[in-house]
Design a binder for this molecule. Structure first.
Ligand code: ADP
Length: 219
């Protein structure tokens, strides 16, 4: 599903954020990406999301080489990738339903398809029944669940999360991780960046560790 071969990323200011990184994540895997602050976790996710490009090396996502991908094909590839960040980035003036529907409505999907998929996504994250509320009426954990529903509403085969529990207390963080396990069990490949080692230690999944831009551990 994701293959990185000898990746280097140097930012325009000369900072080398990733060095000599190779990895292979198979379809259906759930993998944690960890490492100290500044280790390169976000940079690695941004390369896979096509928000940044590598300085050297090859990346393929869902069988497509990103290097040779024509610009017009990028939106199609992105549809296959759900993304979740530390901040849920919900639109405050829109209901939960409208926030989750957004990836479908911007594509002009049919009302029936939007409605079916939004309800299925809200059901999966345990928020069916709250769809007419506004984000500020929800707790932090619930808001993050809305952002997860929005990320999966397209049913992407790949989900990337960058410090998704960074703003949550330990109990809510564990709930979110269990929700990710549930999504993984439905076949979604997951790559989750987190520096919360105590949380990750409670779960049995492959862990990739970055240190100063290098992959130092894979277990
Ligand atoms: P992490 O997610 O592990 O905290 P990042 O990928 O955000 O690490 O950052 C890795 C390194 O690259 C850090 O030293 C950071 O300061 C640097 N960096 C990140 N983004 C940029 C950027 N746009 N320009 C320059 N340096 C950056």
């Amino acid at each position: 599903m994701i293959k990185l071969s000898n990746i280097y990323k140097k930012y325009p200011n000369g900072h080398e954020a990733l060095r000599h990184v190779s990895m292979h994540i198979k379809k259906g895997e759930m993998v944690f990406l960890t490492g100290h602050s500044g280790a390169g976790k976000s940079t690695l996710l941004k390369l896979i999301m096509l928000l940044e490009s590598a300085t050297r090396g090859q990346i393929s996502v869902a069988g497509k080489e990103l290097e040779n991908l024509p610009k017009r094909k990028i939106p199609y590839l992105r549809r296959n990738i759900g993304v979740i960040f530390q901040d849920p980035y919900l639109m405050p003036e829109r209901t939960i339903y409208e926030n989750v529907a957004l990836p479908l409505t911007v594509r002009g999907a049919r009302y029936q398809d939007v409605d079916r998929n939004v309800r299925a996504a809200l059901d999966l994250v345990g928020l069916l029944g709250k769809e007419q509320r506004y984000p500020q009426a929800l707790s932090g954990g619930e808001q993050q669940r809305v952002s997860i529903a929005r990320a999966i509403v397209n049913r992407p085969p790949l989900l990337l999360a960058d410090e998704p529990t960074g703003n949550l207390d330990p109990e809510l963080s564990a709930d979110i991780m269990h929700l990710f396990e549930k999504l993984n069990q439905t076949g979604t490949t997951m790559l989750i960046a987190s520096h919360d080692l105590s949380l990750l230690a409670t779960m049995q999944h492959r862990m990739l560790t970055l240190k100063q831009g290098e992959l130092v551990h894979d277990s």
